[in-house]
Design a protein around this ligand. Structure first.
Ligand SMILES: Cc1cc2nc3c(=O)[nH]c(=O)nc-3n(C[C@H](O)[C@H](O)[C@H](O)COP(=O)(O)O)c2cc1C
Length: 378
């Protein structure tokens, strides 16, 4: 049966992917409370049904950092996407381009920015700060030279939150027994095995491949992150980033008004209100809960984006009504990619757009740029 919703794509991805990969995408840290809250609290928000307004013409178009977006949705950086489908980042970027929305490439993507740029267009680039600053400077210079328009600097992963599912599945450190069961699991998912494992190589991390020679297995990748991510980064380092990146800078992982103010004071062009999709500090509040106060505090000085728990076009409208200029989506595209590659991501984006349009029509909102708290029932 063809998926008709993001939830259906999640189920389709569960069927097609080995468990270790599905759980890596689907899971969160510790008891997964923040992950659950992200979804539940957006769903709990009520939209205000309005009638007899002329909704024959709707506009979902918006502008962000000088770019026109066909709708206020951005594909969030998702690591290892090239493990979910053959050259996954390039496939998703093609679908995003066709839909008129930006794709953000993770530092730890399988495809490098040049491959994504050649397949689609220069992506937004997401930065994790690694210890070797000369290497970082080189990555930024090469990424800028490709024409990548926006830098998304993720700051909520000073240390990785523990994800029990990954530990249980042997994603972080594995025994011979776990390796054997991963192999059997791979064999039990032949469509993925044929597409991704046999035809999706090379299986390296495009951006960091030159800095790391030992990334042949997932477990080595996780170990590399632990060894090389720079835990000493502070607000002072934003100046370093600015020196090496002339375009717009977006700080991703802000969840507190004080931090949002600090980012705005430093003059960054945008922030993403995010708890990393509930994959880092479990017990942190849902993004949608803190969004209104942050948007109110700094929305006039910096573009406030949000992610976490967006699973439908209705959710997109709720986020806009709560103060976001646009939403990033993570699992929604990762599931669609894992389930059906580029066609899946393209279809999922069509679904979001249609849901957003219906939500706009039934709340009497004809222009996404005019969305405000007026659209919410409570
Ligand atoms: C499988 C997976 C991998 C991720 N990898 C990254 C990453 O490499 N860099 C990053 O900044 N965020 C990463 N994130 C977080 C997403 O960018 C985003 O903040 C989160 O997925 C939003 O929540 P949602 O999945 O509920 O939409 C990842 C999320 C998932 C699910």
């Amino acid at each position: 049966m063809r998926p008709v919703s993001v939830g259906d794509y999640r189920e389709a991805a569960r069927r097609r992917l080995p468990r270790v990969l599905f759980d890596y995408i689907d899971g969160g840290s510790y008891a997964e409370q923040t992950l659950a809250a992200n979804v539940a609290e957006i769903q709990a928000l009520k939209l205000r049904q309005r009638v007899l307004k002329d909704v024959s013409k709707l506009s979902t178009e918006t502008t962000l950092f000088g770019q026109t977006l066909s709708m206020p949705v951005v594909l969030s950086p998702v690591g290892l996407a090239g493990m979910y489908a053959r050259r996954g980042e390039a496939q998703a970027a093609k679908a995003a381009k066709a839909a008129g929305v930006p794709f953000t490439l993770s530092t730890v993507g399988v495809c490098a920015a040049a491959e994504v740029a050649a397949a689609a267009e220069p992506p937004w680039f997401q930065l994790y700060m690694v210890r070797d600053r000369a290497f970082m400077a080189d990555v930024l210079a090469r990424t800028a030279a490709l024409g990548c328009p926006v830098l998304v600097f993720t700051v909520d992963l000073a240390v990785p939150g523990t994800r029990y599912r990954d530990q249980r599945n042997g994603m972080l450190a594995n025994t011979a027994g776990q390796r054997f069961s991963q192999m059997l699991d791979g064999l039990a998912h032949p469509a993925w095995l044929w597409d991704e494992q046999l035809h999706g190589g090379p299986h390296t991390l495009g951006t960091v491949a030159e800095a790391a020679t030992d990334l042949k297995r997932l477990v080595e990748f996780m170990t590399w992150i632990g060894r090389n991510f720079d835990q000493s980064v502070t607000w002072d380092d934003i100046a370093w980033v600015r020196e090496h990146w002339k375009g717009p800078i977006v700080i991703k992982g802000v969840l507190d008004v004080a931090d949002a103010r600090q980012a705005a004071n430093l003059g960054v062009e945008g922030i993403v209100v995010s708890n990393h999709g509930g994959r880092q500090l479990d017990g942190a509040p849902a993004s949608i809960r803190v969004l209104p106060a942050i948007a109110q505090a700094v929305g006039d000085r910096t573009a406030v984006l949000m992610d976490g728990g967006v699973r439908s076009g209705l959710d997109v409208l709720k986020a806009l009504a709560s103060g976001a200029r646009a939403c990033l989506i993570g699992r929604a595209w990762a599931f669609a990619l894992g389930a059906a590659g580029e066609a899946g991501v393209a279809h999922m984006l069509q679904i979001l757009r249609q849901e957003l349009r219906v939500a706009m029509a039934l709340t009497g909102c004809t222009d996404v740029n005019a969305a405000s708290a007026e659209l919410l029932a409570d």
